[in-house]
Design a protein around this ligand. Structure first.
Ligand code: AMP
Length: 397
């Protein structure tokens, strides 16, 4: 069980509070095109304002590679955040992030005021967790709050290094929610516990498969990784995505599932296509050999039904990776069927970040899930059973 101190466990009245947020929003010509991440950060910021802290926000944005890049300035974020909060968020525009502007702005702050620092990745030390920048950040504050789950799997100055020089380091509400669902629900699930894994490759999900096989009652496999498993069972997979080097591994996993009494579900039919395109000729085939030149791009309708049925009796479901090439409408049906099944169960439904989160939102089921992770890489590492440096750095309860 991960028990970390949160913003509910501290008193910030009159204190300078540095909050690491995830304001890594998409920008087009200086305009924010998706403000979900800003909206998601509001509960923690509002709580700290209400408690009378002096709030200093920081985040990275894109990859400026250690030097100021005007097109990656957080200035537009300060403008939009001011509107969303209904109070001024003063922007401290220092190219070195912690410079004369930031220091003067912090000095002048009254309780309940908010400022935003410049893009933390303007500093080359940020991604190397260097000491000088960690100390600079810590020098601004009395208390540190980490609410950026998306970078929790990285040890950088603004989420890990800074905590070495601040006595109090806690998590914000967004981070707490990720810990509760991805960490604790997966470690201590209400059963039956079903995991659905899809996406392109077995090789990128090996550690997730191994970790989850020790925990789940049922493991459902879909997406491109299916074909390495199907090959392991002796069938031809045509031109489908296949990782020859992992066929033996897939066979071992099938055996391991059997030994552990985990139900491992593989597709019983597939949607195959004569080319990787939405204009392709398409057929549904059962578990016979896939013809030469054809490729499986989605699970078939019988498989979708089987998977939906398996989800019905679950109490906890974790889903990472689409069932097919859902970006092309012709191959989105399998992913849609699984999303629909999840939206209809009473189980706790947890969606890993990245493509599965995008698929669920794109297909219109976003608000029906218990939790959609805000971090792609970070959520995958949680499911691998790894300790995330950004989480570990916060004080224990
Ligand atoms: P991942 O990042 O590993 O979760 O993979 C997500 C990607 O897997 C998506 O872009 C899907 O289009 C792709 N994908 C899903 N099913 C297949 C498939 N059967 N063949 C090739 N790619 C697939």
């Amino acid at each position: 069980m991960l028990n970390k101190k949160s913003v509910d466990d501290i008193n910030v009245k009159g204190k300078k509070v540095l909050v690491r947020c995830d304001f890594n929003v998409p920008l087009q010509e200086g305009k924010i095109t998706d403000e979900n991440r800003l909206v998601a950060a509001l509960p923690t910021i509002k709580k700290l304002i209400a408690d009378g802290g002096k709030i200093i926000l920081c985040s990275h944005l894109g990859k400026p590679k250690g030097e100021p890049k005007p097109e990656l300035s957080l200035a537009p974020v300060a403008v939009r955040l001011s509107e969303l909060l209904g109070q001024e968020v003063k922007f401290a525009a220092d190219p070195e992030v912690v410079g004369p502007n930031a220091k003067a702005a912090v000095e002048a702050m009254k309780d309940g005021e908010v400022i935003l620092l410049e893009n933390t990745r303007y500093r080359a030390e940020e991604t190397k967790n260097g000491e000088a920048f960690s100390k600079d950040l810590a020098s601004l504050c009395d208390v540190f709050v980490n609410d950026a789950f998306g970078t929790a799997h990285r040890a950088h100055c603004s989420n890990v290094g800074v905590t070495q020089f601040v006595d109090t380091a806690v998590v914000g509400y967004l981070m707490q929610k990720e810990i509760d669902f991805l960490g604790n629900a997966v470690e201590n699930p209400e059963r039956p516990f079903v995991a659905i894994l899809g996406g392109a490759k077995v090789s990128s999900k090996i550690s997730v498969i191994e970790n989850l096989l020790d925990k789940v009652d049922t493991l459902i496999i879909g997406g491109g990784m299916t074909f390495t498993f199907i090959k392991a069972q002796g069938e031809s997979v045509g031109a489908s995505l296949l990782e020859e080097d992992y066929v033996q591994y897939a066979a071992d996993m099938i055996k391991k599932a059997e030994e552990k009494g985990v139900k491992l579900l593989l597709p019983v039919d597939s949607v195959i296509a004569d080319k990787f395109s939405n204009d392709a000729e398409v057929k549904v085939i059962g578990r016979e050999d896939i013809p030469e030149g054809w490729m499986g791009l989605d699970i078939g309708p019988k498989t979708a039904e089987l998977y939906a049925e398996a989800v019905k009796s679950a109490k906890t479901v974790v889903w990472n990776g689409p069932m097919g090439c859902f970006e092309m409408p012709k191959f989105a049906a399998g992913t849609k069927a699984v999303a629909e099944a999840l939206s209809e169960t009473d189980a706790v439904t947890i969606i890993g970040g990245g493509d599965s989160a995008a698929a669920v939102n794109q297909l219109g089921y976003g608000d029906k899930m218990t939790h959609i992770s805000t971090g792609g890489g970070a959520s995958l590492e949680f499911l691998e059973g790894k300790e995330l440096p950004g989480v570990a750095a916060a004080n224990d309860l």
